[in-house]
Ligand binder design. Structure first.
Ligand SMILES: [Zn+2]
Length: 653
């Protein structure tokens, strides 16, 4: 329960904005505190801000920008890079100066020549799209998230490089910001006719869909926090996400690859462009590969060597990645291509030129992931927990002072905890943490022990004034979970998240903190939902669709339900038995000796309709589904389904 507006007195005719103690409306962002400003001054003194190599590299080869830097889908704006026009000059006190610098670099938008024959459009989405010129046309490497931004990028490229046809597409890995916009650069007909091959690493489709299907709703909700989608852009709002500015919100699709890349050393030539591949599975993505272009002496590192410390575990939630394998694949890239390259580029940020600089860049990135991995494991073997290692670990000076190793997207803190988690799991071995109370129950007890909510807020205010924001967040979280309608606690907690956001060097931490403050002040903003793409649904196997259905079964509601349903895919000739019993929906393709309560006959293409839970008897007929046996069976299954909540509360109970 939240309220966005409240009358100051019950007799007010017009609701006035809630007021903080200093008189500003409680929903408005506050200035930075002296503690945050002092922290920023210390950082300014300790980091090499006079090194402007990155700025030179981010502008090098500039050919022209999209003007205005806005992309629309019909009337709807799906990308607005111009909203970041405020990122000039020195950092204001409300933004960490290191993040300010990174965001300023990420917001540089336009078409750039990487080397003759290779071009990049940067600043038109979270990711970059690269264009590799061939004999007849151009290969598109990683076509962004949305068809609209990819199309705009291709248009910008063609305005400067001529109207070359797209003769191939490459997906470097299975994340949405590297394939979602393919339909903006190539048509289904050209792919189907074999005119435009699509190359991707082995396992691409499985990984591209599995990451977002089962836990997709919760991930999307948390991604809204992580990328600050609902925050206004500005010095007191969203300034960027470290990896790129934010995510575009246009049409997301999935054109499946036509050619799997399976082995390191595999060579392919498309439109005269020779490519040598290095497989890098289990790194930043489960299916990922690096691409070397020998004729251009250029190495594309996909997303494994960028100008950030990347995520071992992204804070939107995901399966934890393998920092050890990541480092190993960077060593292998140096070994394979280090003597033959003149430059390194990636699908985020700007390239690095020169062989010596490029190899040192790759080596430092390798050292970064290897150091975090090895030191975390060393320290956990000394009995330290993830939380303890995260505070104790210090990077070597060469990594600490390398801009591209800074924690703008991943952080040392949360990556160390992720490495601990990969080896040891959620439990830290201390039995006090084996069976703790959940937040509301714990909150009530903490608040009572600490003398009641008002007393906690009074003490927390002293800690706030002393700049101990981490502690204030910890104690006020208990108050808000115990008494979510305690206005003073909510306001002070919002102010606290805001200061933590202002202080954060990590773009996603800043977004998460400011999103939390926004929800406490103004109420839930839900999830800026991208509807599940029919392209993605079409790639799901029947087994995946049944699994997706099973995780929507409301167990307690149908403990006593016992239902069997055969699904007969008429066009492919396969038959599945679904059984609902004990609140579990299981499936098998094995032959059955008993009859099911009902048999659904349907073409495979109609299966997503069933899996979406939308197949009421009337809808079923419309989708070409015929039911044999108990006509009520499908309705009983649909009645057992629960809908995921895309707007669930995060900072309140
Ligand atoms: Zn990416």
């Amino acid at each position: 329960m939240t309220e966005t507006l409240r009358t100051d007195t019950p007799t007010d005719a017009v609701p006035a904005p809630r007021r903080a103690a200093n008189g500003t409306p409680a929903t408005e962002p506050r200035p930075a505190t002296a503690a945050v400003a002092a922290q920023h001054r210390r950082l300014l003194a300790s980091l090499p801000f006079s090194d402007v190599q990155d700025l030179e590299d981010a502008k090098r080869g500039f050919l022209g920008a999209l003007e205005p830097g806005i992309v629309r889908s019909g009337d709807r704006v799906v990308w607005d890079n111009d909203a970041y026009g405020f990122l000039t000059g020195d950092a204001p006190e409300t933004v960490n100066p290191s993040l300010w610098r990174q965001s300023g670099l990420n917001a540089i938008q336009g078409l750039f020549e990487v080397t003759p024959g290779i071009y990049q459009v940067r600043g038109l989405d979270l990711s970059n799209v690269s264009f590799i010129e061939g004999d007849r046309g151009v290969l598109v490497l990683d076509p962004l998230i949305s068809a609209e931004t990819a199309e705009a990028a291709l248009g910008l490229y063609r305005r400067h490089r001529g109207d070359r046809p797209v003769t191939g597409v490459i997906y470097t890995h299975s994340h949405a910001d590297h394939f979602g916009g393919a339909r903006g650069v190539v048509s289904q007909e050209d792919v189907d006719a074999g005119r435009v091959p699509i190359l991707a690493p082995q396992g691409f489709v499985t990984e591209a869909i599995s990451e977002n299907v089962y836990a997709g709703t919760a991930m999307a909700r948390r991604a809204g926090y992580m990328y600050g989608a609902a925050l206004p852009r500005g010095p007191r709002g969203q300034v960027g996400a470290g990896l790129g500015q934010t995510t575009s919100t246009g049409t997301f699709g999935l054109l499946p690859p036509t050619l799997d890349v399976t082995t390191t050393g595999q060579e392919e030539t498309v439109d005269g462009v020779r490519m040598v591949f290095q497989m890098a599975p289990g790194t930043e993505a489960p299916a990922e590969m690096h691409v070397f272009f020998p004729e251009r002496r250029a190495l594309c590192m996909a997303e494994n060597a960028t100008h950030v410390l990347h995520n071992v575990l992204t804070i939107r939630g995901a399966q934890v990645r393998d920092a050890h394998a990541w480092a190993g694949h960077l060593t292998e890239a140096i070994d394979l291509f280090g003597n033959e390259l003149d430059l390194v580029f990636a699908s985020h940020h700007w390239p690095t030129w020169g062989r010596r600089r490029s190899v040192e860049f790759l080596a430092l990135q390798r050292d970064l992931y290897a150091y975090l991995h090895d030191q975390t494991v060393r320290m956990l073997n000394q009995g330290m927990t993830g939380a303890e290692i995260a505070e104790a670990i210090v990077l070597p000076p060469a990594l600490e002072g390398a801009w591209h190793a800074r924690g703008y997207y991943g952080s040392v803190s949360h990556n160390v905890k992720a490495i601990y988690q990969r080896y040891m799991g959620w439990y830290d071995g201390n039995p006090a943490h084996l069976w703790p109370h959940p937040p509301e129950a714990a909150g009530r007890r903490y608040v009572e022990f600490m003398g009641g909510a008002d007393a906690v807020v009074a003490k927390a205010r002293e800690s706030f004034d002393a700049g101990d924001f981490r502690w204030v967040a910890e104690v006020l979280d208990h108050v808000v979970f115990a008494q979510p309608d305690h206005d003073a606690a909510r306001e002070l907690l919002a102010d606290t998240y805001e200061q933590l956001g202002y202080g954060a060097e990590n773009g996603t931490w800043r977004c998460a903190y400011l999103s939390g403050a926004t929800e406490l002040r103004s109420g839930g903003f839900g999830t800026p939902v991208t509807p599940v793409s029919p392209d993605v649904l079409a790639q799901l196997t029947p087994e995946q669709l049944f699994d997706a259905l099973a995780i929507r079964i409301d167990g307690p509601r149908c403990w006593d339900e016992h239902l069997t349903l055969d699904v007969h895919l008429t066009d492919v000739g396969t038959r599945y038995r679904l059984s609902l019993r004990n609140g579990v929906l299981s499936h098998t393709a094995a032959a059955q000796e008993t009859d099911a309560d009902a048999v659904l006959h349907l073409p495979a293409a109609a299966l997503p309709t069933v899996a979406a839970g939308a197949a009421d008897p009337a809808g079923a007929a419309a989708a070409g589904i015929t039911v044999e046996g108990d006509p009520a069976a499908l309705g009983r299954l649909t009645a057992a389904l629960d809908a995921p909540d895309p707007d669930f509360a995060i900072v309140t109970p």
